[in-house]
Write a protein that binds this ligand. Structure first.
Ligand code: MSP
Length: 540
């Protein structure tokens, strides 16, 4: 949970600044988390931390999706009730993994909690009462792995003519059930108006185009209940049915934010600023979810952003294909900071990307161990050696020193612009580019040679070089804090910045670009390497 003041605190005024509200999808409790699930959480966490670093109030939600046929089947396969299964996986896997990847979520919602189930029933009862729900028969294909009613045209041909789900490449079921339907088709025009009037509602552009053309083709009404099993929230007006898992799950974003329970929290959080989702679940979020909210008279979220798939060996990683990797497998070797850095830096957010141990090791070694880690170690150890650990007062600045200060201001502006469009990799790359520039500066200025010159001018030049490099690192600690919270904190302390400027969390991104914040006299010390070199037998 984050360190920021809880928006649930009654002392927090309902009329205060609206929090930047960001969510991850809630994850099915069918199996332990994979790096695919953790990818969304890490991305959301970077965005949440960046906004906190902008000194904005933030509300960051994640959680688990616990109803439906998929969870019911997983529990049955393991010989326990779905409730026991969900409790077990949440406590032993889904909550602990947040610690493994250093997620700073403010809340964790489980769809089996009464704060959710009760509000979901009220929500759907109201839509039923308003006349947007009717009884009908659903006949057609259903993919349990997606928990989705499919259109026959989107299926892939399988062996023996059995149609396959295009995402999971597994056979779909043919359902024939008397169900309740939500009149989704009535909302097509209003949805198109929403996409038109809020061009960034669905992002990136490729996702937006897909959604707009899907809705333009006309929408079918949506089956919102299931009657062939009972693991779900009972339909409030007919308890022989349970609500379809997706229309229960989507509501988590509102129920966890106090919808119907905590008007103060809801006023400070809603509408959500960004729902981050994988592209596999885009339509649920960009079509069904806003239509549900329109039917209930609640504002839609501000943005749904779809990222790509993590692939292993050229295919979407999947538990069924045994290509799933648990985040701990990577964090145990590289640490959580490097884990976060790699996925945010190496994959363009919004596109598919591949994970490989070789690439991970290469990025770690070149950019973290030899890059930032080596720079921090060189600069802090030279201040320790040549100035007894007290940051020296710089002398007159020359073009090379000025260029670095200018490059910092540009880096902050570029990172901010990138974060505004959720081009996470560009924001990380901007900071990494600056680290490269500082490393280049130190290499070119050769302070170890200047140190041999004992004259007053020599001492002054050495002071200027080391001050310039340390002050640059002060900014890097702030700018990398959202990506690598641990290393940034360590760097902040080693530069003596905590004593002078206060906690890292209180440094604003905007001020990070102001040159000269770290004052001479700061107590600098060399610590252990920020990114230890890999053991020779590390996975490569
Ligand atoms: N329970 C639904 C979401 C309900 S939200 C109201 C669900 N859960 S899931 O556990 O199957 O997947 C959730 C998310 O995990 C995906 O949308 C995606 O964000 C992420 N990923 C799972 N596998 C992934 C990859 N291989 N690559 C990238 N992200 C992936 O869908």
């Amino acid at each position: 949970m984050s360190e920021t003041a809880s928006l649930r605190d009654p002392a927090e005024p309902a009329t205060g600044r609206k929090a930047f509200y960001i969510t991850t999808p809630i994850y099915y409790v069918t199996a332990p988390p994979s790096i695919g699930n953790a990818y969304t959480t890490v991305a959301a966490d970077m965005i949440a931390r960046w906004h906190r670093q902008r000194q904005q109030p933030v509300w960051f939600l994640t959680g688990t999706d616990e109803h439906g046929q998929k969870v019911l089947t997983a529990a049955a396969d393991n010989g326990v009730s779905p409730r026991e299964w969900a409790d077990r996986l949440v406590e032993t896997e889904w909550k602990p993994v947040l610690g493994v990847i250093d997620a700073s979520n403010d809340d964790f919602i489980r769809t089996t909690e009464p704060r959710h189930t009760e509000r979901v029933r009220e929500f759907w009862q109201a839509i039923y009462d308003a006349g947007d729900v009717y009884e009908g028969t659903y006949e057609g294909p259903y993919c349990i792995a997606c928990e989705e009613f499919k259109l026959p045209a989107e299926l892939l041909p399988g062996a023996g003519g059995v149609p396959l789900c295009p995402i999971h490449e597994r056979p779909v079921e043919q359902l024939s059930e008397v169900n309740y339907f939500f009149a989704l088709s009535r909302y097509a025009d209003r949805l198109l108006e929403l996409y038109e009037s809020h061009p960034t509602f669905v992002q990136p552009e490729s996702a937006r185009n897909e959604v707009v053309s899907f809705v333009r083709q006309g929408l079918q009404d949506l089956s919102i209940s299931r009657s062939s099993f009972d693991w779900g929230i009972p339909v409030p007006w007919d308890d022989k049915h349970v609500l379809y898992v997706w229309i229960d799950a989507l509501l988590n974003y509102a129920t966890a934010a106090g919808f119907g329970t905590d008007p103060r929290l809801f006023a400070r959080t809603w509408p959500a600023d960004v729902h981050l989702v994988g592209k596999d679940i885009l339509r649920f979020h960009a079509v069904i979810w806003p239509a549900m909210l329109m039917a209930a008279g609640v504002d839609p979220p501000r943005q749904v952003f779809a990222h790509g798939w993590l692939q292993v060996g050229g295919q979407k990683m999947s538990k069924a294909k045994a290509t799933a990797i648990h985040p701990s497998e990577i964090v145990d070797t590289f640490g959580s900071d490097a884990y976060r850095y790699y996925f945010l830096r190496a994959i363009a957010f919004g596109s598919d990307g591949s994970f490989s141990w070789e690439h991970m090791s290469a990025v770690y070694t070149s950019e973290l161990a030899n890059g930032l880690g080596n720079l921090a170690s060189r600069v802090t150890s030279m201040v320790a050696r040549y100035f007894s650990g007290s940051l020296p007062e710089p002398g007159d600045v020359g073009p090379a020193d000025e260029a670095l200060a200018g490059s910092l201001a540009e880096t902050v502006a570029a990172a901010e612009r990138a974060m505004d469009r959720l081009a996470l990799q560009d924001a990380v790359a901007a900071v990494e580019g600056f680290v490269g520039a500082v490393n280049g500066y130190v290499t070119e200025q050769e302070p170890w040679k200047v140190a041999k010159d004992d004259s007053p001018q020599g001492r002054l030049r050495l002071a200027t070089i080391l001050y310039t490099a340390a002050e640059s690192l002060r900014a890097v600690a702030v700018l990398h804090a959202a990506v690598m919270p641990r290393a940034s904190q360590a760097l902040w302390e080693r530069l003596g910045a905590a004593d002078q400027l206060g906690p890292l969390s209180e440094q604003s991104v905007a001020e990070a670009g102001t040159w000269g914040r770290l004052a001479p006299g700061a107590a600098v010390r060399k610590g252990d390497p920020l990114f230890p070199r890999l053991e020779p037998d590390a996975p490569a």
